[in-house]
Design a protein. Sequence first.
Length: 447
Amino acid sequence: MTARRPGPRAHAADVMNRAHPGHRTLDAEVEQVRREARRRFGGFVLDVANPGSHFRNKEHRPLDHRVFEQAGALGLLGFSLPAGIGGEGRDKLAWGVVVEEVARLSRDPGFAVLLDISVEITELILSSGTPELIETYVPDLVAGRRFGVQGAYESRDPYDYRSTARLDGDTWVLNGAKRFLAGAAFADLFVLFLRDEASNDMLAFLVEKDDPGVTPVPMDTMGMHTLGLGQVILHEVRLPRTRLLWRADALSELNTYARIRRTMSACGVLGALDGVIENCVEALSARRRGGRRVLDYPNVERSVGELRMLLQSARASVYRALDGTRSPDRDPYFDEFATVAKHHASECALRVGQLVMSLQGGEAYMSAFPWERFMRDILGLISGQGSQEMLLMQLGQRTIVGLEGRRVREEAAERAVAKLADGWWALHAAAHDGGGSSPRRPGRWSR
């Protein structure tokens, strides 16, 4: 009699896998948006934005303004903006995935950055609640007919800014300079943060490129040659009161802007990582050394495995930050997950660059190939929205303040409990002196 081979062991209950039927994971949600982005905007990036990228980079020329008009016509600029102004009203998680996918497909790492900057500038104007400014600028920004950027950086504390504004009758007079603005070379509109000479408070103004006294100056940089980096010089720029975007405490609004920009910057870095890793592996697939495919060597497999690990860990932190944008309890001024995601994605990008340079050998140093440009450009993306050290300092400050605050609250609670206990003993001692029964010790209550 032939013995029967045992079949797969049956489990009474699959205790190792407790997936809930119908539960939609974050990965599934992200993948659905990614497919939509690829279907709706992929052809535009590949056929309109990418052509000529190599020559623009060599000549330090920014993207053509008409590219943003076409992005507006496709609905790309309005994807996450309110439906009431012509947008689609999608949430920031969906918009972050779109930014990531655009960055993955684009040969210009700055393209996705510029798209998000324009969207965030539109939201800054909307959040002011000023009908005149909204009606004047928002429709053109959504359509891509205008392009706006933000300028705050001076390498100084906000209340020590040298760029100032003073009120002269009904006119604001602006003087100073804002350095390191993305898109400054071709922007039509600037949201600039300046110090009020009278109150020392920070104010925000809408400044047009053609306002008398406004001079955009292109900037020569190591990388990001198509980002249109530059500075804006202000000399006795006279603006009507209506151009004042934020009349007080513009620093809080700037922090809110920086909070979401950090998340979207991380999305751009993540997309660039995905793209360069895919291109690197494809470039290696046709190479042979010693009669074997390069990809079959264990050390190469190990390096590709590390590339994958870096990509997935960056994704985990970025998607967690994106998911947090939907939380009703989110801090309006500082997003810890966004800060972690920006720092971690940047660190992953640096390591990816090292691995790609090692895998590609001599080609990695030739400008005819994309690898050396990736390293130059990724270093430019890292500095945006706070340097790596600044991000760590902010996280450290947040941790220390949180721990100290918790200790203060605990001590206050202990004092309150002690005060209540003292009151209880005093009350019952008085009752005892008056002939009542003696009080029991706390914690020895009888039923």
